[in-house]
Design a protein around this ligand. Structure first.
Ligand code: ARG
Length: 457
């Protein structure tokens, strides 16, 4: 196929260079957005008198028929085309003749691709937000039905203080809620139309960029045409937000992997989200969670690739920028795939409350509460902390837990100890007495559940 720009050249592009240069095998994903943008561009050109209404009719019908045929599969992408923009324009001209050649008036591929990618990423990001809401809903459902499940909370992966499984899960709800607001922030900042920036300098035609922007659902136009065609900040912001989503999913995955091991057995994953081994008959592996954790690296890589691609290029458009698409497509598709498998994995996960409770009984996780007991009776916290530390040391040696240590022994360390200490350090008390906002206390957890529910409304 002859290139649109062939007039300037004496020789055709070498086949290897042509293949190297072509982006249609990945930018064909944006055909709907490309056609949508062209429809609005054409109708604007007509409204300001640049296109006749006869040409507009032909262009509109032609573009809509291409859209239908691509949707139905009646038309397939010509992999020899340079990119999706050239493909659609060539197909249009094939179908409607000269009117098709008028479409590209007062437009360049530079502003066209900038527009298409914004439209495409806006759609994709909104789908990710829907998935994140579903995920929060799934985690919240588990949180609601596990408000009484006491487990050890950890720091340094060492048992630290008693918490409820519900409280722990709600921490993930907070992360995914921030992910949504982060994506919405990025969407708001990128919602300006680059179309009409043309190659870089704007145009001599009397176009109306604002109408096109409004029709395409933008909040306005990019105010500097050079920036309009060379800005890819939104790719970086979205990739960064996606990388953060993956980091959250990866931390959650790591915990699920630990929890489903025999060493913890806090949860049992459903058979439909686990795999077996080719040699070890007993194995049930958390492959989905491991893959999510593993795929996090490539989403980080996509962000790095885009940042690095942009760092050295002068204004305005450079072909380097064609590399923006594969990275951001991979980023958003990976996040979507991970969420699609993660959500049902969470929905079907069965918590084993008994094992959580047994783990909470060992490890002296009520030691802080014992120190607080002495402090509330008037002892300075540091002194109480030291006494309890000494008692824990003794218990470790004697292989006994704090709740089993007789009162006489406690009295050896301080007269302040009395029989009420045993109630103070029971795991249920440790939870119910946590009254600070955001804490693991039963009431606080109920408040957090409401907070998440409000967010989802
Ligand atoms: N396929 C190109 C891209 O993705 C479209 C823009 C081409 N513009 C140009 N002047 N070569 O970036």
């Amino acid at each position: 196929m002859e290139k649109m720009w062939a007039g300037r050249f004496e020789k055709a592009l070498d086949k290897s260079a042509d293949d190297f240069n072509s982006s249609i095998h990945f930018d064909k994903k944006m055909y709907k957005q490309d056609i949508k943008g062209s429809l609005e561009h054409a109708s604007m050109l007509c409204s300001v008198g640049i296109l006749s209404s006869d040409d507009l009719d032909k262009i509109t019908n032609g573009l809509l028929s291409i859209l239908d045929d691509l949707n139905s599969g009646a038309l397939t992408f010509d992999e020899n085309a340079e990119d999706i923009h050239m493909f659609v324009e060539a197909e249009l001209t094939k179908r409607i003749g000269d009117a098709g050649k008028r479409l590209h008036t007062a437009r360049s591929r530079n502003d066209q691709v900038a527009l298409d990618l914004r439209l495409y990423m806006r759609d994709e990001t909104n789908s990710i937000i829907v998935l994140l809401k579903k995920l929060i809903g799934a985690v919240l459902t588990q949180a609601k039905s596990n408000q009484d499940a006491i487990m050890p909370g950890y720091t340094h992966l060492q048992r630290a203080q008693p918490i409820t499984f519900s409280h722990h899960l709600l921490a993930y709800c907070m992360m995914f809620m921030r992910d949504i607001t982060r994506l919405k922030d990025a969407l708001a900042r990128m919602n300006y139309s680059p179309l009409g920036s043309c190659a870089l300098a704007g145009t001599t035609y009397n176009t109306n960029r604002d109408i096109v922007a409004e029709k395409l659902g933008f909040d306005g136009v990019c105010m500097n045409s050079i920036d309009g065609v060379s800005d890819r900040d939104y790719c970086i912001e979205l990739e960064s937000a996606f990388a953060t989503v993956m980091m959250h999913l990866s931390r959650f995955s790591e915990e699920i992997i630990l929890w489903s091991s025999w060493e913890f057995k806090f949860v049992e994953l459903d058979d439909s989200y686990t795999t077996g081994s080719s040699i070890m008959p007993q194995k049930k592996n958390p492959d989905m969670a491991e893959l999510v954790r593993g795929k996090t690296g490539r989403v980080y890589g996509d962000l790095m690739a885009t940042l690095t691609m942009l760092k050295g290029i002068p204004l305005a458009y450079n072909k380097d920028m064609q590399e923006d698409k594969e990275a951001i497509f991979d980023s958003v598709e990976t996040v979507a795939k991970c969420l699609e498998v993660f959500i049902p994995m969470i929905e079907t996960m069965k918590p084993i409350k008994e094992n959580m409770y047994n783990a909470a009984c060992r490890g002296f996780i009520n030691a802080t509460d014992l120190a607080d007991y002495l402090t509330k009776k008037g002892m300075p916290f540091r002194s109480a902390y030291k006494i309890v530390g000494t008692i824990v040391g003794r218990c470790v040696k004697e292989n006994i837990t704090l709740d089993k240590l007789p009162l006489e022994v406690y009295k050896e360390y301080s007269d302040v100890f009395d029989t009420d200490l045993y109630n103070e350090i029971s795991l249920e008390t440790c939870i119910s007495k946590r009254i600070s906002k955001g804490s693991t206390g039963y009431e606080s957890v109920k408040e957090q559940i409401k907070y998440v529910e409000e967010f989802l409304k």
